[in-house]
Design a protein around this ligand. Structure first.
Ligand SMILES: [Zn+2]
Length: 134
């Protein structure tokens, strides 16, 4: 039988969404949150995936966690602003061509060189395939 949950003291009311206040969070901060807190990677692996040092990753993650916490605790809206890592990289399986597209433009329809639709994301933003050393 599961143990009965002990009562906890909570000193805040449930937050109401505050549409007038927005927190600006950058794409690299969101990526840090995703890798560390959603995917559960350790900081060293996550830093490697993003192509930055572990101390830099730590700093980005700390900022990101604070912003995410404030959004939840105070009900702030979140506005995503571009970071420095705003390009997506693609690679064509048929001709080997690699190219970049900015975020927010949707998935490209075809390889700009050969027209093939047989291509995939190449950049480190896709953490799953990139686990481990490279
Ligand atoms: Zn191609």
């Amino acid at each position: 039988m599961p143990r009965r949950k002990r009562r906890r003291w909570v000193f805040i009311d449930p937050p109401e969404f505050n549409e007038n206040s927005k927190i600006e969070i950058s794409l690299d901060e969101i990526e840090a949150l995703r890798l560390a807190d959603v995917e559960g990677l350790n900081q060293l692996d996550a830093a490697r995936i993003m192509g930055i040092s572990q101390p830099t990753f730590h700093r980005i993650l700390r900022n990101a966690r604070k912003k995410a916490g404030m959004a939840i605790v105070y009900g702030f809206g979140v506005k995503i602003v571009g970071g420095e890592h705003v390009m997506r990289k693609f690679r064509c399986f048929d001709c080997g061509y690699e190219w970049e597209e900015p975020f927010g433009t949707g998935r490209p329809m075809q390889c700009p060189k050969c027209g093939s639709t047989n291509f995939c994301r190449q950049d480190a933003g896709r953490g799953k395939r990139r686990r481990g050393r490279w």
